[in-house]
Design a protein around this ligand. Structure first.
Ligand code: LHQ
Length: 258
């Protein structure tokens, strides 16, 4: 059985982390496979939204700690550079929306990969743990960049040092994630978001993502210029023309992602 399940249906790439007995923890093979799948999502024009979730009880428990003490463990010099950093970079740079459906606990790199996604939703029984401090490591996979921006410095700092378990409702309340859905309806409700995004103007969403990525480091003046540049591009898409035309004609637009 593959460590990640991957299928493409109706313009949506469905990626399921699939080592349920290990709470979908990453080993080297799985980390490289996820990069490869994200590359396929980048180049396949039929894919207009990416839905990332986990199989079984957990979303992802981060690094497979067993691998670190097993035979031929990957060295610390390659774990971030070759496993996690390329995953997070791909998620932020892919010109398509990535929806993370956190179906259960998300710990360590698993939590920070989830938080790097564009829309993060969780099932009511899910939780987020910056587990690193408990084993003497520092938060990685972009966590020290992403979390303070999502929830503010004070909370991020405390959660990263204490390694508290944050349940899904609290994660939503403090702005760490977008929404919580009850366990019973989670799969359907979270997938609906992917369906909606997959039929929206894909290029416009990509430019929105590029503007948000840039806003983390820009001054207001720089960001206004960025918006100008990206709005110009958006205005030259098929979908912009279709959106305006459909509005004037009082009909539902049919976007092509072009
Ligand atoms: C696991 C794991 C796991 C293997 C659960 N590995 N089996 C970067 C730089 C370099 C090196 C290191 O890594 C990194 C990135 C990182 O991600 S560091 C952080 C690594 N992750 C953790 O420290 C989290 C460890 N796991 C936990 O704290 C708990 O398992 C959580 C809170 C996720 C879930 O707790 P419970 O619901 O009580 O479940 P459990 O602990 O009983 O786990 C269920 C099974 O999954 C169990 O297997 P078993 O055969 O005993 O039933 C665990 O061994 C296995 N598992 N996490 N990371």
């Amino acid at each position: 059985m593959s460590s990640i399940l991957f299928e493409v249906k109706n313009n949506i790439a469905l990626i399921t982390l699939n080592r349920p007995e290990k709470f979908n923890a990453f080993n080297r093979e799985m980390a490289l496979l996820l990069q490869n799948i994200l590359d396929q999502c980048t180049t396949d024009d039929a894919i207009r939204a990416i839905y990332l979730t986990g199989s079984g009880k957990a979303f992802c428990a981060g690094q497979d700690l067993g691998e670190l003490v097993g035979e031929n463990p990957p060295g610390f010099e390659v774990i971030l550079a070759e496993h996690y950093n390329p995953i997070v970079s791909r998620i932020r740079l892919i010109e398509k929306p990535v929806i993370c459906a956190v179906n259960g606990v998300a710990a360590g790199a698993g939590a920070n990969i989830a938080l790097a996604c564009d829309v993060v939703v969780a099932s009511s029984s899910a939780a987020f743990i910056q587990a690193f401090s408990k084993i003497g490591l520092i938060p990685d996979s972009g966590g020290t960049f992403t979390l303070p921006r999502l929830i503010g410095f004070a909370k991020a700092s405390a959660l990263m040092m204490l390694g508290d378990k944050v349940n899904a409702t609290e994660a939503e309340r403090i702005g760490m994630i977008y929404k919580v859905f009850p366990d019973e309806t989670f799969a359907t409700e979270s997938f609906k978001i992917a369906e909606t995004l997959s039929q929206m103007p894909t290029k416009g969403l990509a430019y929105t993502k590029a503007a948000l990525n840039a806003s983390f480091n820009n001054s207001l003046e720089e960001q206004l210029l960025k918006e100008d540049e990206l709005q110009y591009k958006a205005a030259h898409t098929y979908d912009y023309n279709e959106g305006v035309k459909a509005f004037i004609e009082k009909r539902v637009p049919v976007f092509k992602g072009e």
